[in-house]
Design a protein around this ligand. Structure first.
Ligand code: GLA
Length: 400
């Protein structure tokens, strides 16, 4: 009997091993991805320039280590089924590019699709899962974003199980980013095979709009935010497995306030922080937003707890995120078009009982740190009073 149990335990641990490398993404992955700015227009010169600027801008040192190619790096499969990059755009090959990226102290990500074609119409991995995983491993790939176009008739969980198993079998630690847009509740099974999963369709760089593309629509910052909060999926995020509200539009077609709010909210959500702007031409303000170490520390907090909406007064909302060591992040958001006068009386507010994370404001006084002003901001003994600009946030870190 004991022997049988041992065998069963060994098999169980083997099958867990076979589907996912558990040591990756203990905190939400951070990096840059080509899609939001460049779509299919990518080549090795661009990616090398982005590697250089990730270092010179301080992005790498702030934690952005993954440099991820999105769709359209592909050429064709050869007669043995091996995939090759587009010879015009990537004449030196992906291995040489990966070596360059690694020489900068960065990691490299690539993109494929569970179906027979990618969303951009390039060869997908269907039927080639193990062969592609091995190819990526030989090239030195560290991260795979795996999309969901052209998958008619496929079972989503099985498809991601296949690629997850193939990545582990390749022998190289590779983060698996599940990109099936939340269609089949990936939060209920994604953690077994991958490290993050998209919860929605694509983001677009507007505050609160929707952009139709025929059968689907991309969504602005507030719409994606609301989908994270209202879908009740926060309990599925944690170290090693994250809800992914999509790559960031910080520094794209948003105002500075909107970019700051977008970034803060993604940090509150414990979201993967994958920048999507052209880092070579980013403004000083964009750089300051993306590299705000106090804000990043909230995203990367070791507890790995996603925020919840604490208060909702129409265009004024307050989000709270439990942090390690009994600390708490609080984000005041003004969704509206006019300034909002905050007068937030901690002593008079609802205490937080979030599972084991308890914050009793009527019993405990916390020190406040303003994460964007980079200064201390009193304590919870007195109401927090401030004017919050439209489409902007104030983020406080509370400490005993
Ligand atoms: C889908 C994904 C995007 C991007 C494109 C590439 O729409 O959701 O993030 O990868 O495909 O074609």
């Amino acid at each position: 009997m004991k022997k049988l149990l041992l065998i069963a335990a060994a098999l169980a641990s083997f099958s867990a091993f076979a589907q996912k490398n558990n040591d990756l993404a203990k905190t939400p992955p951070m990096g840059w991805n080509s899609w939001n700015t460049f779509a299919c227009d990518i080549n090795e010169k661009l990616i090398k320039e982005m590697a250089d600027v990730m270092v010179s801008s301080g992005m790498r040192d702030a934690g952005y280590v993954y440099l991820n190619l999105d769709d359209c790096w592909h050429g064709q499969r050869d007669s043995l089924g091996f995939i090759h990059p587009d010879p015009q755009r990537f004449p030196s090959g992906i291995k040489a590019l990966a070596d360059y990226v690694h020489s900068k102290g960065l990691k490299i990500g690539i993109y494929s699709d569970a179906g027979w074609k990618t969303c951009g119409g390039k060869p997908g991995s269907r039927g080639y899962e193990f062969q592609d995983a091995l190819t990526y491993a030989k090239w030195g790939i560290d991260y795979l974003k795996y999309d969901w176009c052209y998958t008619e008739g496929l079972n989503a969980e099985e498809a991601y199980k296949s690629i997850g198993t193939a990545l582990v079998a390749s022998g190289r630690p590779i983060v698996l980013s599940i990109c099936e847009w939340g269609n089949h509740k990936p939060w209920t099974w994604g953690a077994k095979y991958g490290h993050l999963w998209r919860t929605t369709g694509d983001i677009v760089d507007c505050w609160d709009c929707e952009l139709g593309h025929g059968s689907w629509a991309s969504k602005g910052i507030l719409r994606i935010l609301d989908m994270q909060i209202d879908s009740g999926i926060r309990q599925y995020a944690g170290p090693g497995h994250w809800n992914d509200p999509d790559m960031m539009e910080v520094g794209n077609d948003l105002t500075v306030s909107e970019s700051r709010a977008h970034f803060s909210l993604w940090c509150m959500l414990a979201a993967p922080l994958i920048a999507g702007n052209d880092l070579r031409s980013m403004t000083k303000e964009t750089k300051e937003i993306l590299t705000n170490k106090e804000m990043i520390a909230i995203d990367q907090d070791s507890l790995g707890v996603q925020c919840f909406r604490w208060f909702d007064y129409r265009t004024f909302q307050v989000f709270a995120k439990p942090l390690a060591n009994g600390e708490l992040a609080v984000c005041f958001l003004n969704r509206g078009e006019t300034p909002y006068n905050i007068n937030f009386d901690w002593k008079d507010t609802e205490n937080i009982y979030d599972g084991p994370h308890v914050y009793e404001f009527n019993k405990t006084t916390y020190k406040l740190r303003d994460v964007w002003a980079h200064k201390d901001a009193g304590t919870t003994a007195k109401p927090f009073v401030a004017t919050l600009a439209p489409h902007d946030v104030i983020v406080l870190r509370l400490k005993k």
